[in-house]
Design a protein. Structure first.
Length: 187
């Protein structure tokens, strides 16, 4: 059974709901029967109605994705209300790649995994980051900007913010020796 919310169409894990046998969609919050989300199980005393996500399954997702191929990985954040649009948009801009999304959906942090793309082709990565920016999100969520996204930081940061970041970097590291090219593109 797919991990698709019947209310909003988002691919998501369920969250515990107040009513026994139900769960709430991480993307839209609507209450749904717990069996819609197969990664959720009922635990506790018989009939207690407690629902929880199996943490080991979540932790093994990257391993499973890696077994299917070498993914392009992006760590982004989008507003919660935009998650369904983001999920659909990624599939559109990433076609024909296989798209696997998971993450901390309660705060909009999404791990985007794209399979079937040439390792050196970052055009789809750029299209996904542009989608994130268009939806009011951030191109760097949990794992930061790093080197790979430094050139695209302007998608979600205005020129004044970038100048301030550069001024701080130059003041603390005038020779540019500390983490060159990380967060800010090299001069």
């Amino acid at each position: 059974m797919p991990l698709v919310c019947p209310s909003c169409g988002a691919y998501a894990l369920g969250n515990p709901a107040r009513t026994p046998g139900e769960t709430s969609c991480s993307a839209c919050g609507r209450t749904t029967p717990a069996n819609i989300f197969p990664l959720c199980v009922v635990t506790g005393a018989s009939g207690s109605g407690k629902t929880t996500v199996i943490p080991a399954l979540r932790e093994r997702l990257p391993e499973a994705i890696g077994a299917a191929g070498v993914p392009h990985k992006l760590d982004v954040g989008v507003p919660l209300a935009a998650l369904p649009e983001f999920a659909a948009g990624v599939r559109e801009v990433a076609a024909p790649a296989r798209v696997i999304l998971f993450g901390h959906l309660g705060d909009g942090n999404v791990h985007v995994n794209l399979l079937g793309l040439a390792p050196e082709d970052d055009s789809v990565d750029g299209a996904v980051l542009e989608l994130v920016a268009a939806l009011g999100g951030t191109i760097s969520a949990e794992h930061g900007v790093g080197v790979a996204k430094a050139a695209r930081l302007g998608l979600t940061r205005d020129p004044g913010e970038l100048r301030a970041m550069r001024a701080i970097k130059d003041a603390l590291d005038p020779a540019g020796l500390l983490n060159p090219g990380v967060v800010l593109a090299p001069r």
